[in-house]
Design a protein around this ligand. Structure first.
Ligand code: PLP
Ligand code: COI
Length: 340
């Protein structure tokens, strides 16, 4: 029985659901963790997360498949990436098998919130961890909380599959040798002014460049880039300050194995953008959002795929990836976890 929600008109917002998972770390160990109906967090005013932003998060989705199952997509990769984030932020790793188990439990406890197959909506899961005890000198917390909540969502960008216009940002989201490669809350704090400034100027997102030389394409605030060459190759930027997107890594496999497209994972220069036929943003929230135009300080780079619909290669990648996620196309071994 699905909840009484107008699934088709959902945007990317928060709706409180029934249950979430909570585990606490104290005296050097994680407790057993539990599902709770309490959607609030109470902690010290001096908690490390509040003073020094010691927090990281993840994002993944659960889907209803064509044959009526409820599945989630590659949660083991989110568990591994969160472990990397925790190590970089001096936080204790929540064991990867327990992370995957907790994802299963949260989805199973909120089945009524998994949108119907074909509705265009999905259930977004947000695992996160924060330093919870009082810390006033700059040092890591010793107590932590790990939580996973879920919320049904629609498209991340208004208009769904309609191409967006983005701008080359003068702000950076990451520093050389910084934290761009992990999912630290601080990276998103860095991007808040940049995204509001972009919106005020009429752009949907920022294209961030490499912070050291400002000559190479990195990513946006919440998604990696994919480019398609005129001869049908998938090119995607490589950099050690980009978040290793699970969607992007999956698309590289989809392109090669399912669509027979050559794949290049390499540095992409801002100066070569005009050579590409198609451009898209990929991520759990973004899925694949086509980019029609990039504006670089008044210079417009318009992709031949245009502003009306996604390009044909992007469309094939989108159809194949979402086909795998919704059970219409056989998934590579281990990609789908059946929950119900
Ligand atoms: N890049 C950034 C900065 C992100 O926040 C995200 C979202 O998770 C992505 C890329 C896409 O990663 P994924 O495909 O694992 O969701
Ligand atoms: C995701 O795609 O899961 C993200 O985290 C991107 C954004 C919502 C922060």
């Amino acid at each position: 029985m699905s909840k009484d929600i107008d699934w088709g008109s959902l945007g990317f917002g928060y709706i409180q659901t029934d249950k979430r998972f909570v585990a606490n770390y104290k005296d050097g160990a994680w407790d057993a963790g539990t599902l709770t109906g309490d959607a609030t967090v109470t902690m010290s005013e001096c908690a490390c997360v509040l003073q020094y932003a010691q927090t990281c998060f993840e994002g993944l989705k659960a889907y209803r498949t064509e044959d009526g199952r409820v599945v989630c997509f590659r949660p083991d990769l989110n568990a591994a990436r969160m472990a990397d984030s925790c190590r970089r932020l001096e936080m204790p790793v929540f064991p990867e098998e327990r992370f995957v188990q907790a994802v299963h439990e949260v989805v199973a406890a909120n089945l009524d919130f998994v949108p119907p197959y074909g509705s265009g909506a999905t259930l977004y899961l947000r695992p996160f961890m924060f330093g919870s005890n009082a810390v006033i000198g700059v040092k890591p917390a010793t107590e932590f909380q790990f939580r996973i909540f879920c919320t049904p969502v629609g498209p991340y960008f208004k208009g769904g599959a309609k191409p967006i216009t983005i701008r080359v940002s003068d702000f950076d989201r990451a520093a050389p040798h910084g934290t761009g490669h992990i999912k630290a809350g601080l990276n998103y704090a860095m991007s808040l002014h940049a995204i509001m400034d972009a919106h005020r100027q009429g752009f949907a997102e920022n294209m961030y460049l490499d912070p050291a030389t400002r000559s190479k394409v990195e990513e946006t605030g919440g998604a990696n880039f994919i480019f398609i060459t005129k001869d049908g190759k998938l090119v995607t930027p490589k950099s050690n300050s980009i978040l290793p997107s699970i969607t992007r890594r999956s698309l590289m496999v989809v392109a090669e194995r399912y669509l027979g497209m050559p794949v290049e994972h390499r540095e992409v220069l801002l100066s070569e953008l005009g050579d590409f036929a198609e451009c898209g943003l990929c991520g759990t929230a973004a899925v694949i959002s086509p980019v029609g135009k990039v504006v670089d300080h008044g210079r417009e780079i318009c992709f031949p795929s245009g502003m009306e619909q996604m390009g044909s290669y992007t469309q094939k990648l989108y159809d194949t990836l979402t086909g795998i996620q919704m059970g219409r196309i056989p998934a590579p071994e281990g990609w789908l976890h059946t929950i119900a």
